[in-house]
Every structure is written in structure tokens, then in C-alpha cells.
Design a protein around this ligand. Structure first.
Ligand code: ADP
Length: 414
């Protein structure tokens, strides 16, 4: 139980950390990218501003020149407002045609920024109008290669992902360790409490047996001296003592189960035969208003403790009888090679939907069940027995319609 909580806590911490750290990394990464991009746009702008006057002259003269300078950091192409090329610097051969195809028809009167990917290279492109006397006379594409920055950011992003993964694993391990340490005092007091319950129920059994035997003797030896009220009181006291003994036995079983001390006598159980015998027994004590039917597949075996499996069946069938005054109860056993399935269904009072997750808790009793005898430990014991056999137990129920308790055990491999 504590191991599960410890793991859950570690997963929770690690998930929170992962989400927060990822968010931080994403914000940091995109801020850096944006900062770098703004810086580059500023560089392009300042290149443009420094040469603005010349650009205008090119447009004005309409001299068509395409120069080439491999050492220049920037490239630029100047156009008249009618999209006719006049001057430029072709550092990347072929790029001009691509830019014309894609962006020449953008509104020439506005600044536009583009990211261009071309032959595995990346470029930042600024399209700016060229004005003279407040009139747009042409426009310019000015750009620069950002390939090396792209590669740098690719590497940085890979590194950040790796860093996030490694630090999340480290945080998980650290949380696991810290959760373990935080649980030491809780585990200690829980163990003490379990030991107390176990010792108390064990110690109370002997005086309770003596009490019961004394009542028996009183009933046998002194009945002629007792008034009818006295006799009635003895019967009531014996009932209460029986109930208390049952409660003690159940508490002791659960305490031992918690301390992993509940002994298991494992053997191959002929489950089909056991279920048939049990149903015959129950058939005899079943109230006549209840119709009991069984559907038991033959030759199903299970590796487990016969007494405990029998107790499990008693608990479920007993509940089915207690919580259905009339109607139908069914017991089915089936297998599909991997799992052995037992189902006990009734069409009794049912369990409220909100309480379905609570029925296997110790001392849980629904409000409607309180008028009937019971301790609220039966299903907790049933669950403990199923867990001891590496199985699962679950319930489906509708109020007023009935309940079905299903148990699944792993099938025996030969
Ligand atoms: P008990 O029967 O002694 O009260 P259990 O642990 O066996 O304790 O059951 C816990 C509670 O689950 C019951 O008090 C009852 O409210 C509910 N319950 C169990 N079985 C059924 C059933 N077949 N139909 C309706 N309610 C049920």
C-alpha cells in the first residue's frame, strides 16, 4: 500500500516538474529565437537605411545590373513599383527567381518579413518599399542567410529536450527517495496500529470463548432457576458473543493479511466441484422466495487455498441472500484459458453508485444495509483473499435492480 503511494507521489512530482520545466524551456527557447530574429531584422533595416539614397537612384536610372559579391553578408534585389527588376546582388544563384515567384506580388507599400527555406538553406527576408517625396517608387528585397543560426537552434533544442528528460528522471528518483523518507513515520504508526489490532483481537478471543462457554453452562445447568426473561437474555448474550467472535476472527484475518502473515495452503483446487458443493449447501438454506441458479463449467482447476476460496464464496453468496429478500441469485463459473471467472449476481436492493468504490473498504456498510446483521468486513476479507490468489474483484450494481460481484483469477498453467 505504501509502496503504491510512494510511487504515485514520485510520478506526480516528476510530472509537475516535467510540465513546469518544459514550459520554462519552451518560453526560453522561443524568446531566444525571437530575440535573434529581431536582431537580424534590425541589421537588415540598418543595411537598408544606410543605402536608401542609392536604392532610389537605381530605380530612377533604371540601370539593370546584377552584381555578385560572395563575401557580402546580405543580398538585395531592387524593383520598380511595376515589379521590374533594376539592380541587385546575387550572392545565392537562383534565389532571385524563387523570391520573385513567391513574394513579388505582396503589397509594395508595406514592410513584410519572410522566412525562406531553399535548397536546405534558410534565409530571413525583408521586403521594403522605396519612397521618393512620400511616393512609393519601387521596393527592395533585402535578406541574409540564417542557416548557421538554424543549425545552432536545432542543436540547442535537441540539447534542451535531452536535459529535460535527464532532469525529469533525476527528479523522479529524488522524489521516490524523499517520499520514502517522508513515509517512514506513517509506516511506523500504521504497523503499530496493525499490530495492536492483531494482538487485541487475539487476546480477546480467549475471554470471549470463556464468556460464551459460561453462558452455555448457565443455560444448561441453571435453566430451571431462570425466569423466562433470564432465558431470553442468555440467548441474546450468546448471539452477541457469536457476533463478537466473528468480528474478532475477521479483524485477526485482516491484520494478518496486512502483515503478510496470513498462511496459505496452496494446492490444486477442483474449482468446478467446489462450487457445485457450495451451491448445493446454499440451496438448502436459501429462503424459498429466492430462485437460485448455477452455471458452472466442468473441470476448472485453480491453484490456491481451498478453505479461503470457500470462505470467499460464502461471503458473496451470504451477501446475495442478505441483500435480496426475493428474486433470483445466480452463481457462474467460466474460463477463457487465461482467466477463471466467478460471478455472483442477485437482483436485490443494489448499491448506490457513489458507494461502489467503498464496498471493499473495512467497516463500510451502506445506509440501507444497516437494518441487517453484519460487520462490514465481509467484502474486505473477500478482497484480501482474492489478492492473495493474484486475482481481481469488482462489482457492478444498480440501486433497486441488483448487484454482480465478479472475480477473476489467473488460469492455472500446466
Ligand atoms: P456486511 O454484509 O457484513 O455489512 P460486507 O463487507 O460483506 O459487510 O458488505 C459491505 C456492504 O456492501 C454491505 O453492508 C452492503 O451495504 C453492501 N453489499 C454487499 N453485498 C451486497 C449485495 N449483494 N447487494 C447489495 N449490497 C451489498
Amino acid at each position: 500500500m505504501f509502496h503504491k503511494t510512494r510511487k504515485k507521489l514520485s510520478y506526480l512530482y516528476a510530472t509537475f516538474y516535467f510540465l513546469l520545466f518544459s514550459l520554462f524551456i519552451i518560453v526560453l527557447y522561443f524568446s531566444l529565437v525571437k530575440l535573434m530574429e529581431n536582431q537580424q531584422i534590425k541589421e537588415l533595416e540598418s543595411f537598408y537605411l544606410k543605402q536608401e539614397h542609392d536604392f532610389f537612384e537605381y530605380v530612377d536610372d533604371n540601370k539593370k545590373i546584377l552584381s555578385y559579391d560572395p563575401n557580402r553578408n546580405y543580398f538585395y534585389y531592387i524593383y520598380t513599383k511595376n515589379n521590374s527588376f533594376v539592380h541587385g546582388d546575387e550572392s545565392y544563384k537562383g534565389l532571385k527567381t524563387l523570391l520573385e515567384d513567391r513574394f513579388i506580388n505582396d503589397n509594395p507599400a508595406e514592410d513584410v518579413v519572410h522566412h525562406v527555406e531553399w535548397e536546405e538553406q534558410h534565409f530571413l527576408l525583408l521586403k521594403k518599399p522605396i519612397s521618393y517625396n512620400d511616393e512609393v517608387v519601387g521596393f527592395i528585397f533585402v535578406g541574409k542567410s540564417t542557416t548557421s543560426q538554424q543549425h545552432f537552434f536545432q542543436k540547442v533544442s535537441q540539447l534542451l529536450v535531452l536535459l529535460t528528460c535527464i532532469s525529469t528522471i533525476l527528479i523522479w528518483l529524488l522524489s521516490y527517495y524523499m517520499a520514502g523518507r517522508a513515509m517512514i513515520p506513517i509506516q511506523w504508526s500504521f504497523d503499530k496500529q496493525k499490530k495492536f489490532v492483531s494482538d487485541a483481537s487475539h487476546e480477546l478471543r480467549t475471554p470471549l470463548s470463556i464468556f460464551y462457554s459460561s453462558l452455555d453452562i448457565l443455560e444448561l445447568e441453571e435453566s430451571h432457576n431462570l425466569s423466562s426473561l433470564g432465558k431470553e437474555l442468555i440467548v441474546d448474550l450468546k448471539d452477541e458473543a457469536t457476533l463478537m467472535k466473528e468480528l474478532m476472527d475477521n479483524l485477526l484475518f485482516l491484520a494478518r493479511h496486512d502483515q503478510l502473515q496470513s498462511p496459505m495452503h496452496k494446492e490444486v483446487i477442483q474449482l468446478s466441484t467446489l462450487l457445485k458443493k457450495t451451491s448445493t449447501k446454499f440451496q438448502k438454506i436459501m429462503p424459498s422466495e429466492i430462485q437460485f441458479c448455477t452455471q458452472i463449467e466442468d473441470n476448472i482447476e485453480l491453484l490456491g487455498d481451498t478453505t479461503k476460496i470457500q470462505e470467499l464464496l460464502y461471503i458473496l453468496l451470504d451477501n446475495a441472500i442478505s441483500y435480496s429478500s426475493d428474486g433470483k441469485i445466480s452463481l457462474t463459473l467460466s474460463t477463457d484459458h487465461h482467466i477463471v471467472k466467478i460471478a455472483v449476481a442477485d437482483n436485490g436492493i443494489g448499491i448506490p453508485e457513489n458507494d461502489l468504490s467503498l464496498v471493499f473498504e473495512r467497516f463500510y456498510r451502506s445506509d440501507t444495509a444497516r437494518q441487517r446483521n453484519g460487520t462490514g468486513l465481509g467484502l474486505a476479507i473477500a478482497k484480501a483473499i482474492v489478492e492473495q490468489h493474484s486475482g481481481k474483484i469488482y462489482v457492478s450494481s444498480k440501486i433497486g435492480k441488483g448487484s454482480t460481484f465478479t472475480i477473476e483469477f489467473p488460469a492455472r498453467t500446466r
